[in-house]
Design a protein around this ligand. Structure first.
Ligand SMILES: Nc1ncnc2c1ncn2[C@@H]1O[C@H](COP(=O)(O)O)[C@@H](OP(=O)(O)O)[C@H]1O
Ligand SMILES: [Mg+2]
Length: 377
């Protein structure tokens, strides 16, 4: 048996279970939010949104990782900030949501003390996630709700948890509660199937959790569990693989929905010059990486405005899953993304591109270079 097989086994097991638990939490909050006119949403100082789900997932993940791996030397890099929550009118609802989620942890095979927590413990759990990562040691990286805008709009979002060791991503887990395992991202009419999937007796119609371990050469997908089912083993996991399409004319490009987060006009020019013919799929969150890893799309491009610094929690889990599923992820200069330099992807050359294989990747890199000179980016 390969020596690396057992490396990070416990970490992966806990991370997958905790992401399942977090997805269940998010689904409840998203349902209640959509029926209550957004009373569970605040704006942050940078005008982005934060919800009860963002804070609650961060608190639950922090408590469970501390329980399993000890709080002493635990380093967690995550998006939400305890001080902002302590002043927010969402605090009580967050406390209730955290307690509700922790009480169902056994269903996900997680053991954690079920004594209800109060506001100060929730704030402490969130505050524990203020590590800034770096090149040495082990760091968990969490985006509790990636694509918060998609989340509040009843659309796609993801829960993303990764483990970085000595500056390299070694585990990636991505929960995609509105990405049905069976139906995929688009229907027969090429329309996004992003609305919340309706109740169905078939578990493969539900959202999914994907995961990968560095060096395994494989990535996996499981359906979310619902109702009285328990997550006892990982038998329901199937391996996923990137698409084998090499012809740009047949390739699908994924990109952010928000024009503030990428230059749609630049990527349109690149796509045209590389010979892409299909309409791009605009999708919120790291579900774009999931779509590449599953073979539902071939290319993900992201060109943020000059001066914006990409954060590691928006990429770590997705990048590893795409790579282990057979894809290639680099910056626009063809270099690997550097997760070793703190909370930002420092030194990123222009933009990010994830492709299903080397042939398309090379064509896209070439098209970026030829389009760059004429662009105003
Ligand atoms: N100006 C900007 N350019 C690029 N990305 C941005 C941005 N402002 C915010 N983001 C990031 O884009 C993420 C959403 O990605 P996408 O556009 O692919 O759906 C946000 O994650 P959160 O929703 O977790 O805050 C946020 O971190
Ligand atoms: Mg994010």
């Amino acid at each position: 048996m390969a020596e690396g097989q057992f490396l990070f086994s416990k970490e992966l097991d806990v991370a997958v279970r905790v992401v399942h638990l977090a997805c269940a939490l998010c689904q409840r909050v998203q349902n209640s939010l959509l029926s209550s006119n957004g009373s569970q949403v605040n704006s942050k100082d940078d005008d982005s949104l934060v919800t009860v789900a963002d804070y609650s997932v961060q608190a639950v993940v922090s408590r469970i990782l501390s329980e399993y791996f000890g709080s002493q030397n635990l380093s967690i890099v995550a998006e939400e900030d305890a001080q902002t929550l302590s002043k927010s009118d969402l605090l009580q609802e967050v406390v209730n949501t955290v307690n509700e989620s922790i009480s169902e942890a056994p269903k996900f095979g997680l053991k954690i003390s079920n004594v209800p927590v109060g506001p100060s413990q929730v704030i402490e759990a969130i505050g524990r996630c203020s590590s800034s990562g770096g090149p040495k040691g082990r760091h968990w990286v969490l985006d509790p709700v990636d694509g918060t805008l998609g989340f509040v709009r009843g659309n796609q979002y993801a829960v993303a948890l990764a483990l970085i060791e000595e500056g390299r991503v070694v585990l990636g887990v991505l929960g995609c509660p509105n990405y049905p395992v069976k139906k995929g991202l688009v229907n027969h009419h090429h329309q996004l199937t992003s609305e919340i999937s309706s109740a169905s007796p078939d578990m493969w119609d539900k959202g999914c959790v994907m995961y990968a371990k560095r060096g395994a050469g494989k990535a996996w997908m499981q359906p979310l569990i619902h109702g009285e089912l328990k997550l006892d083993s990982f038998e329901s996991a199937r391996s996923i693989r990137v698409s084998s399409v090499k012809d740009p004319a047949l390739a699908t490009l994924c990109e952010p929905v928000e024009k503030a987060n990428t230059s749609h006009s630049f990527t349109e020019g690149v796509a045209h010059s590389a010979g892409l013919r299909k309409k791009p799929l605009r999708v919120y969150s790291m579900v774009k990486y999931a779509a590449i890893a599953r073979g539902d799309a071939e290319i993900y491009m992201r060109f943020a405005r000059a001066g914006y610094k990409e954060k590691i929690w928006d990429h770590a889990a997705g990048v590893l899953i795409v790579q282990e599923a057979g894809g290639v992820v680099t910056d626009a200069g063809g270099r690997p993304l550097d997760f070793s330099r703190g909370i930002y992807l420092e030194g990123l050359d222009r933009g990010i591109m994830a492709c299903s294989g080397a042939v398309l990747h090379e064509k896209i890199i070439g098209a970026v270079d030829s389009s760059w000179e004429c662009s105003l980016l």
